[in-house]
Ligand binder design. Sequence first.
Ligand code: SAM
Ligand code: SF4
Ligand code: SF4
Length: 386
Amino acid sequence: MTAPRSHRLIPLHDQRTLARASAMALPLAEALPLARPLQDRLARPLRDLRISVTDRCNFRCSYCMPKEVFDKDYLYLPQSALLSFEEIERVARQFVGLGVEKIRLTGGEPLLRKNIERLIAQLAQLRTPDGRALDLTLTTNGSLLRKKAQALREAGLQRITVSLDGLDDQVFKRMNDVDFPVADVLDGIEAAKAAGLGPIKVNMVVQRGVNDHEIIPMARHFRGSGVVLRFIEYMDVGATNGWRMDQVLPSAQVIERLQSVFALAPLQAFAPGETAQRWTYLDAAGRPDPAAGEIGVISSVTQAFCADCNRARLSTEGQLYLCLFASQGHDLRSLVRSGADDAALAGAIASIWAQRDDRYSMLRAAMGPDTASSGARRVEMSYIGG
Ligand code: SAM
Ligand code: SF4
Ligand code: SF4
């Protein structure tokens, strides 16, 4: 009998690191307010926390959860393994105390998590040490957005990112692999606008030969709509999507194609650690045209942005990952469930962050793309969140 496929695909977590981190926890937690701000080994602060609230999804995007792997026998995490909303809020509160200013809920498909608006309401109450509200956002495939947009806004969500890989139904349905129509995602985006969620961003993962002919139609559609469109390079994340470098369309070529149709000029980055390179549309006089808006590219493969990477990721079951390409996490759930108090929890997180030296994209760029698919089995995007 063949064993069912399961989240054994997901690597096991490094208990040694946790033990080390926990042992260091209290002194660090106490020392932090007096010492320099928390930084990792490459002097990167902790600013951004991405929380995966479910490892399940109603799409089967071939680049993320290919049907052949995520089939009816795939074993998702049991309910008892998931962090509860109370546990997520408590962990998130420690991260905010350590410098996090932005929280993104993701997954899997975050809108599949029952009563997600209750978690949003809890997170919306969090304040930075100097009393500011968080930048709270969520990434969704948009399939349930029409139904949920208003409730999300009322719960305190400020803005939202919707993934959409093309406007052509045939292309999009082939990519989501569950026959989901473009029109329903566009309806979701309209509902988000009507609910006052903004700015709305739309992420399009570009795969050469699959949907790259949708770049210009997507740009035309969203230009002047108030929605910020961003093209993402297809990444070698996880171990199941069969990634190949020749399927990546470098962002530089995306921009070239856009510039053959539209007048564009680069914009300055808002903040260090920003993942997108932003471009503004120009008017006939060559001046930035605010009515047309902006567009962006995320060059995760061709232009490493590890040097400024201030992002931590919390998996659905409470494992802390320091890089999207990590193969091991740090088990915060055990610590939470062991009865550790807030200071111990914050101290453990601080210790883990202080030891971080992850810079996968930078190393891949230095060693060449062929190194990308080798090495330890990496965690799946649907488990850790994008
Ligand atoms: N289900 C939600 C969605 O699709 O928006 C949230 C989770 S999804 C993992 C987060 C983001 O990661 C999406 O914008 C998705 O397109 C992107 N993504 C997934 N796999 C990717 C890959 N291999 N390369 C680049 N982006 C990817
Ligand atoms: Fe689901 Fe998002 Fe992954 Fe697509 S990218 S399979 S919608 S989690
Ligand atoms: Fe950050 Fe890792 Fe991506 Fe580099 S490869 S930008 S360290 S998540």
